[in-house]
Write a protein that binds this ligand. Structure first.
Ligand code: IPE
Ligand code: IPE
Ligand code: MG
Length: 256
């Protein structure tokens, strides 16, 4: 390989293998329209349906979305119960078509804080879609990055296993997928809010002002284009990346 290799050039064809989204801005979307906040969450389900379809069409194999955080219990009780009702309703409405479209559902998160009705719905949806291979959809519900690290460490201790990076990764709630390549946060806030803390160590972050209920395929394409223009270095120099893997330098490939 020549030492005079050009710096990595952005390649719009580079796709992330795993996209994660903090679906934020539902409440503001509703408030702007003088609607109750839960109306924004309902529209948020529509946006998720659009984005799942767009991911399948674009060949993105893994999508992880943040639907309810460990800290969202601190919201007004009627909003929390509205979100629980919406989850149960969305499961019964959406799972049949997700199953028929090849989506494998997972609900990473702390089940111990959820009602029997909700847990049964999550388990049934996971069971009914386990055979699918087109898109793995992780709907993180009652999830927190700190909860995930803690439960993984506790599990290793119970099993008498060493606390190593590899063992912790294998005990995390998203051990069935590779780390996210791209994390999108809608709604304009510039923070992670306790989402995939462990898994996002080398994830590319894209923030957009777009409120989640307004998010669509065009917004997804903007984020994918921004991702394709990033240079991921994983701690190395740009020159090392070019020499070791000239076809993979622009973005989107797993840390080998
Ligand atoms: C995100 O939208 C959905 C959940 C946290 C459940 P928000 O409800 O946080 O919307 P904003 O940020 O108040 O607009
Ligand atoms: C993050 O949004 C959680 C979800 C999208 C589920 P929040 O609205 O809860 O985040 P903060 O409170 O603004 O940080
Ligand atoms: Mg919010």
């Amino acid at each position: 390989m020549s030492n005079s290799a050009a710096p990595p050039s952005p390649s719009p064809s580079v796709q992330p293998g795993h996209v994660a989204i903090v679906m934020d801005g539902n409440g503001r979307w509703a408030q702007k329209r003088w609607l109750p906040r839960v109306a924004g969450h309902k529209q948020g389900v529509e946006a998720l349906r659009r984005v799942v379809k767009a991911c399948i069409e674009r060949g993105v194999p893994v999508l992880s979305v943040f639907a309810f955080s460990s800290e969202n219990w601190n919201r007004p009780v009627e909003e929390v119960s509205g979100l629980m009702d919406l989850l149960v309703m969305a499961l019964s409405r959406e799972v049949p078509s997700l199953r028929d479209n090849g989506v494998q559902l997972h609900f990473p998160g702390d089940r111990s804080g959820l009602s029997v009705r909700v847990v049964q719905g999550l388990e049934a949806a996971e069971r009914d879609t386990a055979h699918n291979r087109t898109l793995v959809l992780n709907v993180c519900f009652n999830y927190g990055g700190r909860w995930d690290v803690t439960q993984a460490a506790r599990r290793l201790v119970q099993q008498g296993r060493d606390i190593t990076e590899a063992n912790l990764s294998s005990a995390m709630a998203l051990a069935h997928v590779a780390d996210p390549d791209l994390l999108i946060r809608t709604g304009g806030e510039l923070r992670i809010s306790n989402f995939l803390l462990w898994q996002s160590a080398y994830t590319e972050l894209v923030f957009t002002e777009c409120l989640w209920p307004d998010f669509d395929a065009a917004e997804l394409d903007r984020a994918l284009a921004e991702f394709a223009n990033r240079e991921r270095r994983f701690g190395q120099t740009a020159e090392q990346r070019v020499e070791e893997n000239p076809l993979m330098v622009a973005a989107g490939q797993q840390h080998a």
